[in-house]
Design a protein around this ligand. Structure first.
Ligand SMILES: NC(=O)c1ccc[n+]([C@@H]2O[C@H](COP(=O)([O-])OP(=O)(O)OC[C@H]3O[C@@H](n4cnc5c(N)ncnc54)[C@H](OP(=O)(O)O)[C@@H]3O)[C@@H](O)[C@H]2O)c1
Length: 280
């Protein structure tokens, strides 16, 4: 993978040649309507070029509206949305994609992800994802919350392997999930980190505060910088313009190798949301 660490134009080349910005705004729990539109507007004004939404977040239409209001060209912004769990199966996946695309108000979606490895139907679902890729209505396809057993099954059956796996990752669970990250790397699957700020739960953790203080930055900035230096795509969420801007201001300092080891040692298997570890 071609990786650069040079600011908000920082991208990774996905399978198939599509470039994804390595910092994106997450909009989970950003309320539909003005809150999401304002967050997207603030992010695009601050230089973000990547927004991560999902059908289940209920704010796809507001993401599209924020993008159109920005005055940016469609090709300048990378938009991800996701297939929800009750939309699995070949036909339903095609219909759900079309409904998401219409809510977003976009001609195409940059990345469409299977949100969760729903048992039973997920290989049928993947055939529909491959069809969508071939149709050109989506530029890249991938998965989310896939652990090694789900990836092994998919890689053994897919004609088009996933370009991305989006999983919860921060220093507080990275070592525990190292097997998934290693498998993704060896299979050419880019890894996206969701809940990279631990949903705010670890931002006052003393060892993290110590690293932040020594660089004169915030603990949120350290967590995002850590993920970028690990080669992850980072998806911090905020609806506050100041935090949105600060979370992208992470290209003016480097964490040392020693600090990266210290941060890695904070692993406690943290799960802030749902846990796919035992999903069948
Ligand atoms: N695929 C999946 O299953 C999945 C699951 C979860 C999340 N995600 C994606 O990943 C994105 C991020 O994950 P997340 O929303 O769970 O959590 P997160 O980004 O780890 O944390 C968000 C929380 O941190 C706060 N925050 C943001 N910046 C801050 C700062 N600089 N200082 C202090 N607090 C700050 C936010 O509050 P304010 O908004 O008030 O600033 C919010 O409460 C989601 O929005 C979504 O796009 C995907």
């Amino acid at each position: 993978m071609n990786v650069q660490l040079t600011g908000l134009s920082d991208t990774v080349e996905l399978r198939g040649g599509v470039h994804i910005p390595r910092l994106g705004l997450g909009v989970f729990r950003a309320a539909a309507g003005g809150e999401t539109r304002a967050a997207v507007t603030a992010a695009l004004a601050a230089g973000y070029r990547h927004i991560d939404t999902a059908r289940v977040y209920g704010n796809e239409a507001d993401v599209g509206a924020g993008l159109r209001a920005s005055g940016l060209d469609r090709e300048q912004v990378f938009v991800t949305t996701k297939l929800w769990n009750d939309d699995h199966g070949y036909r339903r996946t095609l219909d759900a994609f079309e409904a998401s695309r219409r809510r977003l108000g976009l001609d195409y979606v940059d990345l469409y992800l299977v949100h969760w490895p729903v048992p039973g139907l997920r290989l049928d679902t993947w055939r529909a994802m491959e069809h969508l890729l071939e149709s050109g209505r989506v530029r890249a396809i991938g998965v989310s919350n896939y652990m090694t057993r789900h990836l092994d099954e998919l890689l053994a059956n897919a004609e088009q392997p996933p370009a991305v796996n989006q999983i919860e990752l921060s220093p507080y669970n990275y070592r525990s999930r190292r097997d998934v990250v290693d498998l993704c790397r060896s299979a050419g699957i880019a890894v996206e980190a969701y809940s990279p700020l631990t949903k705010g739960s670890k931002l006052t953790d003393p060892p993290l505060v110590h690293v932040a203080d020594s660089h004169g930055v915030s603990t949120a900035q350290v967590l995002i910088r850590w993920g970028l230096q690990k080669g992850l795509v980072e998806l911090p969420k905020s609806t506050r313009p100041q935090r949105i801007a600060a979370n992208a201001d992470v290209y003016g300092f480097d964490l040392t190798a020693e600090e990266m080891v210290t941060l890695d040692s904070l692993d406690e298997g943290l799960v802030t949301g749902w846990d796919p570890t035992h999903a069948p």
